[in-house]
Design a protein around this ligand. Structure first.
Ligand code: HEC
Length: 456
């Protein structure tokens, strides 16, 4: 409760300054501001609940992070490291610039400025425990072996496991690929997808897992295309089905949209394992698929596009920062559901802009602090996911930093070109595009316009 009052008082310092100028008249506010400045956050009252909300999903025993942040005893030795990481906005991992473009996400795990300030003040004040009686009750984490979305949709109808892989105790990170039949005999529309690493081993060693969908189909190709290469079908298609990284459960498509799975389709797994000092034998990651009821077809189809930030190759001289840009044209009206930049160790930043047919440019998203070992998918809130007219060009711009200043750079003396090893580079974004009929696009445009007009 004290924490809440504290938050509510936040705006007062500015008023406090005014109060000084106006001398005695608002001395009450000045006193409140002083109280605010003197307030010393404690673990029990202010910090524990932030860690519960934003950190413990990964920072608990048997999860991916190197240390637990469940109790005061766990947290205290890490206080300074915590301050450093949250101020740099490296933890929790959420590396998008939150001051530009679209700012509401379905899966936002970032700290508010308020929460960062509280943590900093707590650490600067000696990281006190406070009164044990003020501690929030511990969070009851869901059963790690159960399907989380089953509560909402019932058990997944289709479960596709990866082929077993033994993760050694030590050594370099491993990328494990296997292709598995889905066994589907008829076409089905997908409402939600969930990825589940094994427990407890897999929870610790699976850094991220990409499930690609392989199926043969004709007729959908050609809705959007790379501007550089309009006939290039590779840029489109079922492609990646679901990308999972620690902290994420799955993807639920909006009520009017879904992905299409065809008979005889296959899942191609690409799993990034990170050894943790103990062997994990025969690890298996499972993909759970929740379908729309048989025969029910959502209004719109969502297709994952690889939108290139290049127009040809990648060519990064030693020591330099280089930008590349690529364009994708939407040939039908569409809603963009997410932004997921993909680069490797020299990746520094990536932006996505819409260039409307009338020439207007709009910055949709900008990841300014890209970290290659976190494959973060920024999923837009339904209310603000951009809807764009046919003919819009999506411009993806990538920045690669091959200088010494990039902490992730293994060797600033090397020339770097494109390739799939992590020491080579890539530059594209994964974007789920939901195609709309012209009439639906117009209707949605009107609906949103009415909402903003009401706000004013
Ligand atoms: C999505 C999972 C995830 C979340 C959420 C998360 N962390 Fe982490 N954290 C990690 C992983 C994995 C590492 C080690 C790899 C790295 O540093 O990127 C790490 C590393 C750290 C480190 C550095 C530890 C060291 O060895 O120096 C600190 C400090 C930290 N996290 C604090 C936090 C705090 C505080 C929060 C919440 C405000 C948080 N983390 C949220 C997964 C997470």
């Amino acid at each position: 409760m004290t924490g809440r009052t504290h938050v509510a008082r936040r705006r007062l310092p500015a008023i406090g300054v005014l109060a000084l100028a106006a001398v005695l008249t608002v001395s009450g506010s000045a006193r409140a501001a002083e109280a605010e400045a003197d307030y010393q956050p404690t673990f029990a009252t202010d910090v524990a609940s932030i860690l519960q909300q934003k950190c413990q999903v990964c920072h608990q025993p048997n999860s991916i992070a190197p240390m637990s942040l469940l109790t005061y005893q766990d947290v205290r030795p890490w206080a300074r490291a915590i301050k450093a990481r949250v101020v740099a906005r490296e933890m929790p991992p959420w590396h998008i610039d939150t001051t530009v473009g679209i700012r509401q996400f379905k899966n936002d795990r970032s700290l508010s400025q308020e929460q960062i300030d509280t943590i900093v003040k707590w650490v600067d004040g000696g990281a006190p425990l406070g009164d044990r009686a003020d501690l929030p009750p511990p969070v009851q984490w869901p059963d790690p072996t159960a399907w989380v979305l089953a509560e909402q949709f019932g058990q997944p109808e289709l479960i596709v496991p990866s082929e077993p892989f033994t993760v050694p105790a030590d050594g370099q990170d491993k990328w494990w690929q296997s292709t598995v039949d889905t066994g589907l005999t008829e076409e089905r529309w997908v409402k939600a997808i969930e990825t589940k690493p094994s427990f407890p081993g897999g929870r610790r060693v699976v850094h991220h897992a990409i499930a690609g969908l392989i199926q043969e189909e004709d007729g959908v190709i050609g809705l959007a295309a790379s501007a550089a290469n309009p006939d290039d079908d590779d840029d489109i298609g079922p492609g990646t089905f679901m990308e999972w990284a620690v902290g994420k459960v799955g993807e639920i498509f909006p009520d009017d949209a879904g992905k299409l799975m065809l008979p005889d389709s296959q899942i191609r797994w690409n799993i990034h394992y990170h050894p943790v000092g103990e062997e994990v034998a025969d690890d298996v990651v499972e993909l759970g698929v929740y379908f729309y009821p048989k025969g029910q077809k959502p209004e719109h189809r969502t297709i994952l596009h690889m939108m290139r930030a290049t127009n040809g190759g990648i060519d990064i001289p030693p020591g330099e920062i280089k930008t590349t840009q690529g364009f994708t044209v939407l040939r039908a009206p569409a809603r963009l559901e997410n932004f997921q930049p993909h680069m490797h160790m020299r990746g520094k930043a990536m932006s996505m802009e819409a260039i409307y047919p009338d020439g207007r440019r709009e910055l949709l998203s900008y990841v300014d602090n890209f970290q290659w070992n976190w494959h973060i998918n920024y999923v837009y809130d339904e209310a603000v996911a951009p809807i764009l007219p046919a003919g819009t060009m999506i411009a993806i711009t990538a920045w690669h930093d091959n200088s010494e200043a990039n902490r992730n750079n293994p060797d600033a003396r090397q020339w770097v070109g494109s390739g799939s090893r992590t020491v080579d580079e890539m530059a594209h974004a994964w974007v789920d595009v939901t195609y709309l009929e012209e009439a639906d696009y117009e209707a949605e445009l009107e609906r949103r316009k009415a909402l903003t007009d009401n706000d004013e």
